[in-house]
Ligand binder design. Structure first.
Ligand SMILES: *[C@@H]1O[C@H](CO)[C@@H](O)[C@H](O)[C@H]1NC(C)=O
Ligand SMILES: *[C@@H]1O[C@H](CO)[C@@H](O)[C@H](O)[C@H]1NC(C)=O
Length: 152
């Protein structure tokens, strides 16, 4: 009798492994790749291997030049992060890729640990290096900014 129960259990086990809950319903799943050290509040793919992330200016763990970085390059191949030294607060900025491949981020917020971003203009030129070596964000708030403040 014990033997019969034993083989019955193994049949049940084999059956349930083969088809645990019937066909899988379509849905989302997350595949955690690593830790960027900042929240990717704004994100744009700028090359086959690179994404640019902007957060608002916060005390994110990711550091650059002795302060929290609220911008970063994320390497989609290696899952490594390179901080970007943003100067103005990119919170609520908008942006796009121009037809020549240059990424432009416009506007932002005036609060936080950064310079006033309400007239912010941030430029990321096309990057030839797959790992983003030598590629960085260009920002010169004194000389290059929007003509008017973003409404707040
Ligand atoms: C960062 O802080 C250290 C220690 O206070 C200092 O020696 C260094 O010059 C600072 N670096 C920058 C980029 O400000
Ligand atoms: C693309 O056009 C913008 C606006 O004219 C310019 O600032 C930028 O340098 C250009 N990028 C390239 C890669 O030519």
């Amino acid at each position: 009798m014990l033997q019969v129960i034993g083989s019955l259990l193994s049949i049940l086990a084999a059956t349930s492994f083969a088809n645990p809950v019937g066909p899988r319903a379509p849905g989302w799943s997350f595949n955690l790749k690593g830790d960027s050290g900042l929240v990717a509040l704004e994100s744009i793919i700028v090359s086959p291997t690179l994404a640019v992330f902007f957060n608002k200016a916060l005390d994110d763990p990711l550091q650059i030049n002795n302060h929290s970085a609220w911008g970063a390059l994320w390497n989609l191949e290696t899952n490594e992060v390179t901080p970007l030294d943003l100067q103005t607060n990119s919170f609520c900025a908008s942006g796009a890729l121009l037809s020549n491949g240059t990424m432009v981020s416009v506007g932002g917020d005036q609060h936080g640990i950064a310079g006033d971003g309400t007239m912010g203009l941030r430029i990321f030129e096309p990057c030839d290096d797959p790992a983003g070596v030598g590629c960085t964000i260009f920002e010169d708030p004194e000389n290059l900014h929007l003509a008017e403040k973003r409404p707040v």
